[in-house]
Design a protein around this ligand. Structure first.
Ligand SMILES: [Zn+2]
Length: 330
């Protein structure tokens, strides 16, 4: 069996446990036990830390290769699990000291990688293979991409006041409709981002929220994301809202980023719009890098429609080996 077909078979075995392996559920526990068996089969020494993260080690490694085994409810086969299972394959394909890390509870709280940060148990370098979870590589006809940064988020709300009036008796030129003001704002949110930045209104609360009353007050959520802090600040300014929370963008770093560029000359470079364990470790000072594998089905993610091909997974594995060899040579 080729390495890639073994990877896909193992993703099926994890999916057979459950498509809903939420952090610290019995299903996530079972996925970690299965991964530990594969690590032992690969000749690695297994360690489970206090947070429940599972590590497979050979010697004293400076680099961790890994990802997570939890999923969102009704998730897909690839998100997270691919990086762990691919990491285990490296045991057969890389000779030096080596650690594969399977983190806990990434989807909700990054509990596993945050615990490593809190305890100060961190590697020098971290390398994560992950599915793209978006359509960029599929559209570009490229199997792999190198992540240069994980976006920062500005999260907040905007409220619009009007006057609640009878929907039948109030002439159109006598209305003060809060939802019309919100609608203009939502248009601005959609037009403000300069790619690869994005911004979304995902929730609209209308008061009184009744068919026969002109809306008197509307609150909308805003989720704005950009690759650098100046770009994020500029986006917030253009949209015009007060963020309640800012999550800082994190850059991927050499020698891991340089090793990926060496391993994949000419590969497209992307910014990740989603958060990852790599971002938690990078924010704590670890030199981290990520390699994306093309997601098919239009980039379907967090759904049973997640799909990547065996050919793309095989290319990802080859690149992971080449990058790890280069990182260890620094
Ligand atoms: Zn993930």
């Amino acid at each position: 069996m080729s390495d890639a077909s073994r990877v896909l078979k193992r993703l099926d075995e994890l999916y057979a446990i459950s498509d809903s392996r939420v952090g610290y559920s019995p299903e996530e526990d079972a996925a970690h036990r299965l991964a530990a068996i594969w690590m032992i089969d690969a000749g690695l020494e297994v360690e489970v830390d206090a947070a429940g993260n599972t590590f497979g080690r050979r010697g004293d490694a400076r680099t961790w290769v890994g990802s997570h085994l939890d999923t969102v409810p009704r998730g897909g086969r690839f998100d997270g699990a691919l990086g762990v299972v691919a990491g285990i394959e490296l045991a057969d394909r890389f000779d030096g000291p080596f650690t594969v890390a399977a983190f806990r509870d990434e989807e909700r709280e990054y509990s596993g990688s945050r615990a490593c940060v809190a305890e100060g148990r961190l590697p020098e370098h971290y390398l994560e293979l992950h599915v793209e979870q978006g359509p960029v590589l599929e559209r570009a006809g490229e199997p792999l991409g190198i992540v240069t940064a994980l976006v920062g988020h500005a999260l907040g709300e905007a409220t619009f006041d009007g006057h609640a009036d009878h929907a039948g008796t109030t002439p159109m030129d006598h209305r003060d409709d809060a939802l019309l003001k919100a609608a203009a704002f939502i248009q601005r949110v959609a037009q403000a981002p300069v790619p690869p930045a994005v911004a979304t209104v995902g929730r609209v609360d209308v008061h009184p929220g009744t068919r026969n009353v002109v809306p008197g007050r509307v609150t909308v959520s805003v989720d704005a994301r950009a690759a650098t802090r100046p770009a994020l600040d500029a986006l917030v300014e253009t949209i015009g809202f007060e963020p309640l929370t800012i999550i800082e963008p994190v850059a991927m770093r050499d020698p891991v980023l340089a090793a990926l560029r060496d391993a994949l000359p000419g590969a497209p470079e992307l910014v990740s719009g989603a958060g990852h364990d790599a971002g938690i470790l990078a924010a704590a000072g670890v030199a981290a890098g990520m390699l994306f594998v093309r997601s098919l089905n239009g980039g379907a993610s967090h759904s049973p429609d997640e799909l990547s091909t065996a050919e793309d997974v095989a290319l990802g594995l080859d690149a992971l080996v080449r990058a790890l060899v280069r990182i260890e040579a620094t």
